[in-house]
Design a protein around this ligand. Structure first.
Ligand code: ADP
Length: 385
C-alpha cells in the first residue's frame, strides 16, 4: 500500500479527456501510449476513429453543456480536436480547477471568425482588411470592397463557408448570416506554422510547411516541409505566428495558417488552437511529433525537439468523387511497397467525396524524390466504395 502511494507520488497517472473522436484524436491517442496517462474520449459516434484507442469512451454530444461538464468532472485535464464544442461547460470546468488545453477563452476567439479577425486587429497582427456583414442585405452594400472573400463566422470548415466574390453580381452568392468580408490577397504561397506553448510560456516552433491545394475540392493536395522560403520571409512568418500564439496567454499547440503575397508580405489567414492537418508529417519526419508535443504540454513535461529528421511531403487520402458508402482502398499494397512512405488509414467505415480518410507521409533528403513519390501515391491510391 505504502509503495503504491509512493509510486503514485513519483509518477501520477493523469486522467485526460479529448472532445471529439476523429483522426486527430486517434493520432493523439497513438502518441499517448508512450506516457503515464489514462485517456477519455467524448464523441457521438461510437465507431469513430478514436473510439477503440482510448481507455474510456463516452458516447455523447460535445456541443451539449451537461454532457461536456459531466465528462470533465472526473478528469485532470481536457483538450479538443475540433473547436465546435460547448465552451461554456469548459469555462465552468476551468473555474473549478480543471486544466483546459487551449484555454476556453482562446476557443471563444477562434470559433467565431469575426472575433478571430478582431483579435488579430487588437494585437496588430497582419491579417487582410475586413468588414463584418450580418446578412445578405449588408453584404450587397459592399461592392466597393471587392474583390474579396466572404467567410461565415461560425460553422465553416475545409473550404465550406468560404466564398470568393469578385464582381457585384457575385455578391448574391455570399452568406445570409453573420460573416466577414475579407480583402482578397494576391497569394504566392500558403504556409502553416505550428507553435507549441507550455504552461510556463516557453515556446517551440516547427519549421513552416508549404501547402498546395486542390482547386476543385478546395482541400489540401499535398504539403511540403520545410516550406521553401527566403530567410527574411521565414523570419516574418515566425515572428507573426509567435505574436498570434503568445497573445492568447494559453498553453497548447497552435497551427497558424498564413498567406505570402506577391510582394512577400505575410498575412495571417486563420489559426487552429490544436493539433492540425498541417502537422501530420511530424509523426515520422520530426524528432517530436505534434501529438507527442501536446502530451508533453498537458502532462507538464519539457517541450520536445521540433527539428526535422528529414524533409517530407504529406498527402491527404481523400474520398474520391462519385463514391459513397463502405470504403475500399485501391492501390494500398503498391503504396505500402514505397520504401520511404508511411501510411495512415483513419479507420472510417464510410467514404464520401472529399472526406479525409487517411494520409501518407514520404520522407527524403531530395525534394525531387518527395514530389515524385507523392505523385505516385496520388496516382495509385484511390478511396472508393
Ligand atoms: P477553411 O477554414 O474552411 O479552410 P480558409 O479561411 O482557410 O477556410 O479559406 C480556404 C481557402 O480560401 C484558403 O486556403 C485560401 O486559398 C482561400 N482564401 C481564404 N481567404 C483568402 C483571402 N483573403 N484572399 C485570397 N484567398 C483566400
Amino acid at each position: 500500500m505504502y509503495r503504491h502511494l509512493w509510486a503514485d507520488y513519483l509518477c501520477p497517472v493523469q486522467k485526460i479527456g479529448i472532445l471529439g473522436g476523429g483522426q486527430l484524436g486517434r493520432m493523439l491517442l497513438q502518441a499517448a501510449a508512450n506516457y503515464p496517462v489514462e485517456t477519455y474520449v467524448l464523441e457521438n459516434d461510437a465507431d469513430c476513429p478514436a473510439a477503440h484507442l482510448c481507455h474510456h469512451f463516452s458516447k455523447g454530444d460535445i456541443k451539449d453543456f451537461n454532457t461536456v461538464y459531466h465528462f470533465g468532472q472526473s478528469l485532470d485535464a481536457i483538450t479538443i480536436e475540433i473547436e465546435n464544442v460547448n465552451i461554456d461547460a469548459l469555462e465552468m470546468l476551468e473555474k473549478e480547477g480543471k486544466k483546459i488545453f487551449p484555454r476556453p477563452s482562446v476557443l471563444k476567439t477562434i470559433k467565431n471568425k469575426i472575433l478571430q479577425k478582431e483579435y488579430y486587429q487588437r494585437f496588430q497582427i497582419p491579417s487582410s482588411a475586413f468588414v463584418v456583414t450580418h446578412n445578405l442585405h449588408e453584404l450587397k452594400q459592399q461592392e466597393n470592397f471587392l474583390p474579396a472573400v466572404h467567410k461565415i463566422a461560425e460553422g465553416g470548415y475545409d473550404g465550406k463557408g468560404v466564398q470568393v466574390l469578385k464582381t457585384a453580381e457575385e455578391l448574391t452568392n455570399g452568406f445570409d448570416a453573420p460573416s466577414i468580408l475579407e480583402k482578397m490577397v494576391d497569394i504566392k504561397k500558403e504556409v502553416a506554422q505550428m507553435i507549441a506553448v507550455d504552461a510556463n510560456g516557453n515556446t517551440a516552433l516547427y519549421p513552416p510547411v508549404e501547402m498546395i491545394f486542390d482547386p476543385v475540392l478546395n482541400l489540401l493536395d499535398y504539403q511540403l516541409c520545410p516550406a521553401a522560403l527566403e530567410t527574411k520571409v521565414l523570419w516574418k512568418v515566425e515572428a507573426i505566428a509567435l505574436a498570434v500564439a503568445r497573445n492568447f496567454n494559453s498553453p497548447g499547440l497552435f497551427a497558424v495558417e498564413l498567406f505570402i503575397d506577391r510582394n512577400d508580405n505575410v498575412w495571417v489567414n486563420e489559426t487552429a488552437p490544436r493539433v492540425h492537418n498541417s502537422g501530420h508529417h511530424t509523426i515520422e519526419a520530426h524528432y517530436c511529433s505534434q501529438f507527442d508535443m501536446l502530451w508533453r504540454i498537458m502532462l507538464g513535461y519539457p517541450l520536445g525537439n521540433t527539428k526535422a529528421i528529414l524533409p517530407s511531403v504529406m498527402v491527404n487520402i481523400i474520398g474520391a468523387e462519385g463514391f459513397q458508402g463502405h470504403v475500399v482502398y485501391e492501390g494500398l499494397e503498391e503504396v505500402l511497397q514505397i520504401e520511404n512512405a508511411f501510411v495512415h488509414i483513419y479507420g472510417k467505415k464510410e467514404t464520401k467525396p472529399g472526406r479525409k480518410m487517411g494520409h501518407v507521409t514520404i520522407i527524403s533528403a531530395e525534394k525531387q524524390e518527395l514530389i515524385h513519390q507523392s505523385n505516385k501515391v496520388k496516382r495509385l491510391l484511390k478511396v472508393r466504395s
